[in-house]
Design a protein around this ligand. Structure first.
Ligand SMILES: CCCc1ccc(-c2ccc(S(=O)(=O)CCO)cc2)cc1[C@H]1C[C@H]1c1ccccn1
Length: 239
């Protein structure tokens, strides 16, 4: 993928998003708006040209799966329609490499706003942890809006195109079994940070968008993480 025209941007945005995901939510600006078990979901209220673009950051801990497994199911197009309930259609416009694809997604209409589509590259990468060299257990999927020759600039007016940047950063923690036994899924914990900024691309009532995000994001992360656990629980562990 290093030869693709998008590579410099992919490299830059992925590194930026990894850094951003690692920043704590301690600094006062984040508002906790949803909790469910180990999941904590925060947002900042921000508007750009009168459009709600509230950045979102969620942290979650899921036992029994690895960071690779979580990122693999988030990245791969084969499973997306099983867990993503807000999309009507999904198309891979280009397979840049095994770890980089370009997606066009048509999202379900959020009444009374107009229907949206999203065109973005998606990149899966294992991350060396600068602070902790023996933690080669961090994986990231970064999704970032892009142009593409085979996606009409404007979906001939049918959908409003959103602009998004999303990062799913997952770290595997292993509790080594005392008696030197083989690692099982009971010894695994996956620490998840999910960050997203979605610019709706065109006017939509702030109250409607904020209500949709408040409802959809917790539902999405809960459904997605349960889906991955169920997919993996009877399969060999993949790090
Ligand atoms: C007016 C904006 C409509 C709208 C466009 C796009 C998205 C959206 C796109 C991508 C991703 S993802 O994390 O990259 C997973 C791959 O699909 C998440 C969210 C969300 C909404 C809004 C519908 C809301 C929503 C919120 C949370 C999850 C899903 N949908």
């Amino acid at each position: 993928a290093q030869s693709h025209v998008l590579w410099p941007e992919i490299d830059r945005i992925t590194a930026e998003q990894l850094h951003y995901a690692r920043q704590g939510v301690g600094e006062g600006v984040w508002e906790l708006f949803a909790e469910d078990g180990e999941m904590r979901m925060y947002k900042r209220e921000e508007e750009v040209n009168g459009l709600v673009v509230d950045p979102l950051k969620a942290v979650h801990t899921v036992k029994g799966v690895t960071g690779f497994e979580m990122c693999h199911y988030f990245f791969s197009p084969d499973y997306r329609l099983d867990w993503e309930t807000t999309i009507e259609q999904m198309k891979v416009l280009e397979k840049v490499s095994d770890d980089t694809m370009i997606f066009l997604q048509i999202h379900k209409r959020v009444w009374p706003a107009s229907q949206r589509d999203a065109l973005f590259w998606s990149h899966l990468r294992q991350v060396p942890d600068s602070r902790d060299p023996d933690a080669q257990n961090i994986w990231i999927v970064c999704n970032h809006s892009t142009e593409h020759h085979s996606a009409p600039e404007k979906s001939n007016g049918k959908y409003i195109r959103v602009f998004l940047t999303v990062a799913l950063v997952c770290q595997t923690m292993i509790e080594p079994p005392k008696n030197g036994a083989q690692i099982t899924r009971d010894d695994l914990t996956c620490k998840i940070t999910y960050c997203s900024v979605v610019n709706p691309g065109g006017w939509a009532p702030a109250s409607v968008l904020r209500a949709v995000y408040k409802r959809e994001y917790p539902k999405f992360l809960k459904k997605f993480t349960h889906y991955v656990y169920d997919q993996c629980k009877n399969k060999p562990i993949r790090f």
